[in-house]
Ligand binder design. Structure first.
Ligand SMILES: Nc1ncnc2c1ncn2[C@@H]1O[C@H](COP(=O)(O)OP(=O)(O)OP(=O)(O)O)[C@@H](O)[C@H]1O
Ligand SMILES: [Mg+2]
Length: 536
């Protein structure tokens, strides 16, 4: 299928190709830039181009590839860094220099790397499409290699394979590939989904204790400029109790991503003691990279995440920030001259977001194992206005809402999660589980802590009128205890050893502060002076 470019509008290009399907990949221009069909008309098609369209001219060639945008799935993704189209960044940089030029085709997985392979079938066996032929080992993980089609095996690799060669040959001559290709916009299937109930430990006290995440759940972190979204996303990426972490830098600053990577290579996973990168995949589409690839990047990332989920692993996908993704969608929609909805976003913004977030979940995989895909997504509402469309659309679907508060950030209280306006639907079930596994008093401590913060808020209003001096001693004591909860418990400095707090330490710390308050209140009612009591 070849034709010509007949129109160019920002990131979209019109071509005179017929016979294409929606979301088919197309290469446009002399440079062979990659794009995807987003609209079909009788005699032509509109292509969303994932690379810089400057320099393209009308009349240049266009070629339909007959397949949708896919990612390649197999061993070797871990510790990898990819752009929004799953092109490996390091080799790409070596090939083209620091400024990525369009039209480059580099395999995301090294075809020459040698992998240990344990065969489960042998020559002569009859296999069906989807049958497991064997496993490839990558660190502690076993990647099942499934037959892409059925037939009788003439040959199957033993001991070692390379991804560039078939792992098996059928008697009819058909080749069985070692890696799988999967269209990014199609969720990978599972047998069934469970409702999320197992907590996903993040190592952030306020999250684990008050607004916990659950395996297979979704959380959004909306926050205005400089409220700590990126630092919180990165802290969770470092310390969360997940087998695999997929981190998407979506439209954010390039230097932040560079710093993140520099730091990640020096760190270890606190749960396994192995290098942190060994469990991490990074997808980067920073603000200086083409906008349309940003739209694709979250799908590329979630498909890789689903692949590991399907191996029965617990996967955490983080994206910073979803607002930049939505802006890319808006830009593409505008160039297609679609009817704009609220604030210029396309009318399908909310349904797209919901469909993306639907790909999270704790599932029974096709092979009967339990895996999960959890999402933690930051949102940057302009001006910190949470009524804007992206925050609102996310709110409707997310199970946890960690609202980052500008006034807390101004006071340098980090993470600036507002403890009155945030919520987690997983709160109760997670607290029950922590009570079984960490401290039998977890639920009691949690409600005491909340009560303390609520009473502090009420007292603060009173104190504004009568002054702190006008409060009773017991109330002043309560305010002192609440302040300790805020400073020593809810706040957590990401730049010190305190950055990671395992649940046991979280429970100990809140218990210590609440016990102090309890003892002090008893001494106060026994007649001791407040000043004495506060000294401890
Ligand atoms: N947990 C933390 N501990 C200590 N400092 C923090 C913490 N979180 C945020 N900060 C401080 O706040 C600053 C801004 O944080 P960050 O870059 O994460 O904000 P952001 O919401 O991502 O900003 P932007 O809207 O520009 O993307 C950091 O540079 C750091 O100084
Ligand atoms: Mg940021």
């Amino acid at each position: 299928m070849t034709g010509r470019i007949i129109g160019i509008s920002g990131p979209t290009v019109t071509v005179d190709l017929t016979g294409l399907r929606l979301y088919d990949m197309v290469r446009v221009g002399e440079a062979g830039l990659t794009g995807e069909v987003v609209r079909l008309e009788r005699e032509r098609a509109v292509v969303q181009v994932y690379e810089d369209t400057r320099g393209l001219a009308v009349g240049e060639p266009a070629r339909g590839l007959g397949v949708p945008l896919t990612v390649r799935l197999g061993p070797g993704l871990l510790a990898g860094m990819f752009d929004g189209l799953q092109r490996p960044l390091e080799p790409l940089r070596e090939a083209t220099g620091p400024f990525i030029r369009g039209g480059h085709e580099l395999p995301p997985l090294d075809p020459a790397a040698v992998w240990p392979f344990t065969a489960l079938r042998r020559a002569g066996d009859e296999v069906k499409a989807g049958d497991i032929l064997g496993h490839v080992t990558e660190g502690p993980f076993r990647h099942p290699i499934a037959a892409s089609r059925g037939g009788r095996l003439a040959r199957l690799a033993q001991g070692e394979i390379t991804l560039g060669e078939p792992v098996g040959i059928l008697e009819d001559g058909g080749e069985l590939a070692a890696i799988e290709e999967w269209p990014v916009r199609r969720p990978r299937p599972c047998r069934r989904k469970f409702s999320p109930s197992t907590p996903l430990v993040t190592g952030q006290r306020i999250v684990d204790f008050l607004f916990p995440l659950a395996r297979g759940g979704t959380a959004i972190l909306p926050g205005g400029f400089g409220t700590g979204k990126t630092i919180l996303e990165q802290a969770i990426a470092k310390f969360a109790a997940a087998d695999i972490v997929v981190y998407v830098g979506c439209g954010e600053r390039g230097n932040e991503m560079a710093e993140l990577l520099e730091e990640f290579v020096t760190l270890t996973d606190p749960w396994s003691g192995k290098p942190l990168m060994a469990r991490t995949i990074v997808v980067v589409n920073t603000s200086n990279m083409p906008v349309a690839a940003r739209e694709a990047s979250i799908y590329t990332a979630v498909t890789m995440a689903e692949y590991y989920r399907d191996m029965g692993l617990h996967v955490l996908l983080l994206a910073d920030s979803l607002s930049r993704w939505a802006e890319a969608l808006r830009e593409i929609s505008a160039s297609l001259e679609e009817m704009p909805g609220e604030e210029g976003y396309p009318t399908y913004l909310a349904s797209r977001l919901a469909a993306f977030m639907e790909r999270s979940g704790e599932v029974e995989t096709a092979s009967g194992e339990v895996g999960s895909l959890t999402m933690v997504l930051s949102v940057s509402p302009p001006g910190g206005d949470f009524t804007e469309p992206v925050t609102q659309a996310c709110l409707r679907t997310a199970g946890a809402f960690l609202m980052l508060d500008t006034s807390l950030a101004h006071r340098r209280h980090f993470p600036a999660i507002n403890w009155f306006q945030s919520y987690s639907l997983y709160g109760e079930s997670a607290a029950r589980r922590f009570a079984e596994t960490v401290s039998p008093r977890w639920e009691e401590l949690r409600s005491r802590c909340r009560r303390l913060l609520q009473r502090e808020e009420a007292l603060r209003e009173v104190a504004e009128i009568v002054g702190v001096e006008g409060l009773q001693d017991a109330d002043r004591l309560l305010m002192a205890a609440a302040e300790r909860v805020r400073r020593e418990f809810l706040a957590q400095n990401a730049y010190t050893d305190d950055a990671f707090s395992p649940p046991e330490r979280t429970a100990e710390r809140i218990e210590g502060i609440l016990a102090f308050h309890h003892r002090a209140a008893e001494r106060l009612s026994a007649g001791e002076l407040l000043d004495e009591v506060l000294k401890g």
